[in-house]
Every structure is written in structure tokens, then in C-alpha cells.
Design a protein around this ligand. Structure first.
Ligand SMILES: [Zn+2]
Length: 127
């Protein structure tokens, strides 16, 4: 039960605050899981994600209410996917392939993961 290696080399990557778990046995990355999704090991170590993900699938929740919000499945460069809320773009205009990053001010350690789009929507109403 020793926690080693924290505190020195990780500082440069702490900016996003997004961390994930990597299995010590098979190397599979996962997010907010107690067991490895591949080998069921509970021997996971926490690593910092680069934080920039890509939208794989996107849906609008409560589409016809004023509380419409986006819910997207996002793939992160470390290899895990997670369902997140996307802001910074109208919910129905988030597109698969959009690059996203942790929203500024979002607390990623608990609760809902909120990301914002990196690129602006190219929305041309006149076409
Ligand atoms: Zn594993």
C-alpha cells in the first residue's frame, strides 16, 4: 500500500485537472472505474490526462425543453472514453469529431465532467 512517485514530474501536466486510471497489469486506461474493464484487476494507478478529447457520439438531452443540454461520448488520447457534457457550443450543434477540453473552472474530480469545444462552430445560416 505505498503511494510513490507523486509530486515531482507531474506538475507540468496538472493544468487540466483531469485524471484517469491505468491498470498496472494490462495497461488499459479507464475513467472512474474501480476495476479494470479488461482484466478486472483493482490494481490501478492514477495518471493525469492531457485533457483534450474528441467527440465520438453526441446527443441532446431534453431537446424540446429550455433545459436542453449536450451529452457526448468523448475519447481521450490516453485511450479511455467517457460520457461528458459539452458546453461552449449550442447542444444540437456539437458534432462528432469536435475537439474538446475541460471547461475552465470545472471541477473534474467529482460530479459531472464538463468539457468545452476547442473550435468555434462554423454555422452559416445563409447556406
Ligand atoms: Zn487490466
Amino acid at each position: 500500500m505505498s503511494q510513490s512517485g507523486s509530486g515531482t514530474a507531474t506538475a507540468a501536466r496538472e493544468a487540466t485537472g483531469l485524471t484517469y486510471q491505468r491498470c498496472r497489469w494490462c495497461g488499459t486506461a479507464s475513467f472512474r472505474r474501480l476495476l479494470c474493464p479488461v482484466c478486472q484487476s483493482s490494481d490501478m494507478r492514477t495518471e493525469s490526462s492531457e485533457g483534450h478529447g474528441v467527440v465520438v457520439r453526441t446527443t441532446v438531452v431534453h431537446r424540446y425543453t429550455e433545459y436542453a443540454r449536450n451529452e457526448s461520448l468523448v475519447r481521450f488520447p490516453e485511450g479511455f472514453m467517457f460520457r461528458c457534457r459539452i458546453i461552449g457550443t449550442p447542444p444540437q450543434l456539437v458534432w462528432p469529431g469536435a475537439r474538446v477540453r475541460p471547461a475552465s473552472g470545472a471541477d473534474l474530480s467529482t460530479g459531472e465532467v464538463v468539457l468545452e469545444t476547442v473550435d468555434k462552430v462554423e454555422h452559416d445560416p445563409w447556406r
